[in-house]
Ligand binder design. Structure first.
Ligand SMILES: NC(=O)c1ccc[n+]([C@@H]2O[C@H](COP(=O)([O-])OP(=O)(O)OC[C@H]3O[C@@H](n4cnc5c(N)ncnc54)[C@H](OP(=O)(O)O)[C@@H]3O)[C@@H](O)[C@H]2O)c1
Length: 337
């Protein structure tokens, strides 16, 4: 085979927002599958905020921070192009956390799932709305947030991959969905395309006043993707017994200084609030059910989604940096072929 495997390696630790020099492109021969293995040509790469934490240089949840020369971690959607495994015939599409690279050999044990694409659901959706980010929204909202019809659900990073799905699931469950996003264009998208009842702009003045207008009955579930000052503001308008699923802390990922100190922790007592973090990987048993529901919603036209797609693996570092700055609408992908 004359093709090469192009990879993106971790090169150096960022200080704050990553720069292109923190990554390095590398070419190796395409690997040959051994007994029981198959070769994947990767079609799409998923870019996700957690990858910033794996780069170190600031706060991180992970003990496994990357070292220079390591392959960047990330999920890919690949197609089997050569096989020595009858369970994975040529043409099979799979998703797995196999790294930022164009080709990879697998024996199937390192995959998330094999795609059995539902009519009306494009392949790329299995890295976003019908993949890990959609399932994150489903798990965090339904299992941790437990909204009831008639309640108000607020979600931050609402124009992004997880957030856009959370609001639509909330609407589907009979709730009022209020998004928080950066800038008027994103807020318009959240209402017009994703069907939220309202969306407020955290970059504009008076977030608290905007929230009071958008959620006049108070907040029953706050799906927190961000933490920091936005969390403090939303907590201030939570109703008694409100739930706060903590999905991520976007405000922290590029910060090197002290974390924002929440000043209204007393509300946990005053209003019997419940805040609970969750990680997708702790809920693997429910992934197939969640994916099936999301696929049905996409196929039926009840779940809108957007993808921002960069072209070619060399564009991955810039696209990743752009996503951390909010340049993406919906899911940030890289098309590899
Ligand atoms: N718990 C889990 O298992 C799990 C799994 C997957 C993802 N997550 C988390 O889910 C969250 C959303 O991830 P995603 O993949 O859907 O990313 P995303 O929302 O598609 O993209 C990131 C968005 O974050 C917003 N943002 C960046 N910095 C911000 C800041 N300082 N304050 C407020 N917003 C900021 C930007 O939108 P604006 O232009 O609106 O600022 C940007 O578009 C992240 O916290 C991620 O770590 C958690």
């Amino acid at each position: 085979m004359t093709e090469t495997n192009t990879r993106v390696l971790f090169n150096s630790t960022p200080e704050g927002l990553p720069v292109p020099g923190n990554f390095r492109l590398d070419e190796t021969p395409v690997p040959e599958p051994g007994a029981g293995q198959f070769l994947l040509r990767n079609l799409y790469l998923s870019l996700d905020p957690y990858q910033r934490m794996l780069m170190g240089g600031g706060w991180t949840y992970s003990p496994n921070v990357l070292k220079p020369g390591d392959l960047m971690v990330g999920r890919v959607l690949g197609e089997v192009v050569q096989t020595n495994n009858p369970d994975f015939p040529v043409g099979t599409h799979v998703v797995g956390r196999l790294g930022w690279q164009t080709h990879v050999v697998s024996d199937g044990t390192d995959l998330d799932f094999v795609i059995d694409a539902k009519p009306g659901v494009p392949l790329s959706a299995y890295l976003g709305v019908c993949g890990s980010t959609g399932v994150t929204a489903w798990v965090g909202l339904k299992i941790t947030g437990q909204p009831k019809a008639g309640e108000t659900v607020v979600v931050s990073a609402a124009a992004g991959s997880v957030g856009s799905c959370v609001g639509q699931l909330a609407r589907d469950m009979g709730c009022r969905a209020v998004g928080i996003a950066g800038g008027p264009d994103k807020c318009k998208l959240v209402v017009d395309d994703f069907g939220f009842d309202a969306c407020i702009d955290y970059k504009a003045p008076d977030l608290a006043g905007q929230l009071t207008a958008a959620a006049p009955d108070g907040v029953d579930v706050y799906f927190d993707n961000v933490g920091g000052e936005i969390l403090e503001t939303v907590m201030g308008q939570c109703n008694r017994l409100a739930r706060i699923p903590v999905c991520g802390v976007l405000a922290r990922y590029n910060e090197t200084g002290e974390a924002y100190g929440n000043r209204n922790m007393h509300l946990f007592f005053d209003k019997s609030l419940k805040m609970e973090g969750f990680v997708l990987n702790a809920h693997k048993a429910i992934w197939p059910q969640a994916r099936a529901e999301l696929e049905t919603m996409v196929a039926d036209g009840r779940m809108a989604y957007r993808e921002t797609v960069a072209d070619g693996i060399a564009a991955a570092p810039e696209a990743f940096i752009g996503m951390l700055q909010g340049k993406n609408l919906g899911k940030q992908l890289v098309k590899l072929t």
